[in-house]
Design a protein around this ligand. Sequence first.
Ligand SMILES: NC(=O)c1ccc[n+]([C@@H]2O[C@H](COP(=O)([O-])OP(=O)(O)OC[C@H]3O[C@@H](n4cnc5c(N)ncnc54)[C@H](O)[C@@H]3O)[C@@H](O)[C@H]2O)c1
Length: 401
Amino acid sequence: MKVSIIGQGYVGLTISAFAAEYFDVVGFDSNQKIVDQLNLGRSHIEGVESQLLKKWISAGRYRATTQGVDIQEAELVVIAVPTPLTHDRKPDLGYIEAACKTIALNVTKPVLVINESTSFPGTVRNYIKPTIEKYSLKPIEHEYAISPERVDPGRTDYNQRNTPRLFAGLTPEASRKTREFYSKFCDNLVEVSSPEVAEAAKLFENTFRQVNIALVNEFAQIAHSLGINVYETLDAANTKPYGFMKFTPSAGVGGHCIPVDPTYLANVAEEHGAPATFIRRANEVNLEMSEYIVRRVAEDNGGKLDGKNVLVVGVAYKPNVADVRETAAELVIDHLRSLGAVVSWHDDVVGNWKGESSAPLEGADITVVVTKHDSVDEKKILVSAPYVFDTTGKVKGANGL
Ligand SMILES: NC(=O)c1ccc[n+]([C@@H]2O[C@H](COP(=O)([O-])OP(=O)(O)OC[C@H]3O[C@@H](n4cnc5c(N)ncnc54)[C@H](O)[C@@H]3O)[C@@H](O)[C@H]2O)c1
């Protein structure tokens, strides 16, 4: 079977790499640079080995393209494009619309379209299907399904094969074909009764994390004000064998999912007249964490950061990946700079970011650890400045939450 995957980022390339073992895969991406690198067998995604990509390319099982015409032979098309927020924090379906247009203008026979991009309930039924139909040059009866992606980039214990995958088609035939496709490379398929249930479940999974992270971030502030060690308290609570799940405090949430997906849920809820106060407040608590951390750092340093050389360690949004989307490090750096600090950052996994490069891990007045990659030596962090504030709980002997 010929499969086209629209979007060759974290989600799309990961699926391509698994699917190419069983299908002929064309990876369509609008970014020419990414496509050129992929066709040279160079992966830009953690968890997708360049070696594997090279293997599929030389076997004729994978190629990347920016040309819509290259997807016209597809029998199955997966959509894996970004679903960010607009400037006024509303769901931005612009990338999905563009992907629908690519399908509509190039695919001339009926195919199964599966959406893997995260979006609100009703997206497949009320947006993707009508949009493809709107742009199609002639009426075609495509099948439609959703299978929200759950990949956690950089994670090695759970992958496409052993992470249960939700799915639902708009029709029984779409569900059947979707199961057939994923069953090749996923061992645990969970069919739900409608695409809306699958879409809502994905949003709720990430909202569950967002709310619990906000709760523990608030609790870290409470514990500090009471003079109690938050980590010891969490470990103590975690000895309860049921009814408790441990989350740890941090500088905030980052990545494409946790800071974004709950807002998709809150928006659709409010459009339907249902309050989403809890989700909205959790978002605020997580965003406020960066300010709280900078305040604590300033308090410990005589109330002033003006002119101080501050080194932020780790600007990726989580350990061991180079992904800086929505990273809390950006807010921490902005707050530090607004107080007059001279800020540089150290992150050799990221390397370059926003026109700046990773600085050496030494010689600062103050070090603030936002993300701790495994490759960064704890002892080097401790001697990088006379004062070190750790937001991760991983640097023993530093000041922290
Ligand atoms: N990254 C994750 O951990 C993760 C996990 C689960 C779900 N998701 C969801 O999956 C979707 C994709 O996320 P991602 O992390 O893979 O994003 P990404 O930014 O890594 O990749 C998206 C790719 O799509 C390409 N693209 C954008 N518009 C396009 C278009 N019109 N046609 C073709 N290509 C286009 C971009 O160039 C980019 O390479 C999002 O909805 C996201 O919320 C992501």
